[in-house]
Design a protein around this ligand. Structure first.
Ligand SMILES: Cc1ncc(COP(=O)(O)O)c(C=O)c1O
Length: 404
């Protein structure tokens, strides 16, 4: 008789956004006349920029001709895209990262879930609390997290680094040494981040204790403050302790197109073992490359026209963020984030739990947000709204919330 991976049985409930989707469809079925405004899941609403559409059209035409047809892509990514990434995201910022240290993928969710595979099951992970749930859940599936306590909503073998208003959402070095440190900055869900000097301290710490940092920079394009690093490789010493994950979803609207990349520097080693070589081996075995059309679309993100158009798109969402933040503050809410990220993190009013506020907002304002507790125990009592809606819907949602 076959046996299943028991670790899956340990996962509590379903994935956060599936639970929300179920609640929302039940509400909609019971109230078909109500129009919902969705500021929950971090999905974009603006169409792909013209420069990207042009590049995709051209690539589609190429695929229709025998001379320019492309079959399997190189599993580490096409040279044209890896070079564009190295030049624009790294060299232009003074970071010493070369094209052959970049692994093109179908998005940061896959990379952030898969990267744990190259580490021993004995490693102890540390995560910011609250944070994007994929880091912990993928380690649960791998059997690295120990046992789950439903009361505290914590895993016995995970080091939680609370990020709350009390510490200004800045994670503190844990008392026990972790082996793998997940940092998602700017952070999903709190929309907050740390300064470059603070990030440098994390790099120093990781190098000192022999830990690796998995740095998820999915929201990098939204950084507006000068003292915030756009890449962990802006910090000295990061090449020996950090893997960086990036996505094209939030800066270029690729949530439905699918493209991302991981940087694994050649200097990142465990004794004599190169993590770069391990990830190349893993990628080569389990991934058959992002589609040619999509990689050409990704290249267009770095064209002059693409850059200008995407700057406008990011500004559009950040205008929403400013409207939500200001509007909620005027309405008496305690609000965080929204300056270097498209997320607004608010304290629930009247001591409501995150899920109580979710239900309240859904039923009374017909607005869908995300309960903070879904991102970790320290998210309890908080709530996330995204700035990824349309401007009109954002303002309409605000009016509804203010009228409560
Ligand atoms: C922190 C973080 N990393 C990764 C992802 C997933 O990115 P992708 O669409 O590239 O898979 C998300 C999506 O919401 C995210 O918030």
């Amino acid at each position: 008789m076959f046996k299943v991976n028991d670790n899956y049985q340990k996962l509590p409930g379903s994935y956060l956004f599936s639970t929300i989707a179920k609640k929302v469809s039940a509400f909609q079925a019971a109230n078909p006349e109500k129009t919902l405004i969705r500021l929950g899941i971090g999905d974009v609403t603006q169409p792909l920029a013209p420069a990207i559409i042009d590049a995709m059209h051209n690539a589609v035409t190429e695929m229709g001709n025998a001379e320019t047809f492309h079959g399997y892509a190189p599993d580490l990514g096409y040279e044209f895209l890896r070079t564009a990434i190295a030049d624009n995201d790294y060299k232009a910022r003074g970071c010493d990262i070369s094209a052959d240290e970049i692994f093109v993928s179908d998005g940061a969710k896959s990379d952030s879930g898969n990267i744990q595979e190259i580490f021993s099951v004995d490693n102890r992970i540390a995560v910011c609390d609250p944070v994007y749930p994929v880091y912990v859940d993928s380690n649960v599936m791998a059997g690295r997290t120990g046992t789950y306590d439903p009361k505290t909503e914590m895993w016995s073998n995970v080091i939680y680094m609370p990020c709350t208003k009390e510490n200004n959402f800045v994670p503190e070095f844990p008392k026990e040494n972790p082996d793998i440190i997940y940092l998602c900055l700017p952070n999903n869900p709190t929309g907050t981040t740390i300064t470059k000097d603070q990030l440098q301290e994390w790099v120093n710490y990781a190098n000192k204790i022999g830990a690796v940092i998995i740095y998820d920079g999915a929201y990098e394009a939204y950084i507006s403050e000068d003292n915030v690093a756009h890449s962990i490789y802006e910090c000295e010493g990061a090449r020996t302790c950090a893997i960086e994950l990036k996505s094209f979803s939030k800066n270029a609207g690729f949530t439905g197109v699918r493209l991302g990349y991981a940087v694994v520097p050649k200097d990142l080693k465990c004794g004599d073992v190169s993590l770069h070589q391990m990830w190349a081996r893993r990628h080569g075995t389990k991934f058959n490359g992002a589609p040619y059309i999509v990689q050409r679309a990704g290249e267009a993100v770095y064209s002059e026209a693409g850059k200008a158009q995407l700057k406008e798109q990011v500004a559009y969402y950040m205008k929403n963020a400013a409207a939500i933040k200001g509007g909620l503050q005027d309405a008496g809410f305690e609000v965080f984030g929204g300056v270097n990220a498209p997320y607004i993190w608010l304290k629930t009013p009247d001591q409501m739990t995150s899920w109580e506020f979710f239900d309240y907002l859904l039923e009374k304002a017909n607005v869908v947000g995300t309960p903070g507790s879904g991102f970790g125990p320290s998210g309890e009592g908080y709530f996330r709204l995204t700035a990824f809606g349309t401007y009109e819907n954002t303002l309409a949602a605000l009016e509804r919330i203010k009228a409560l």
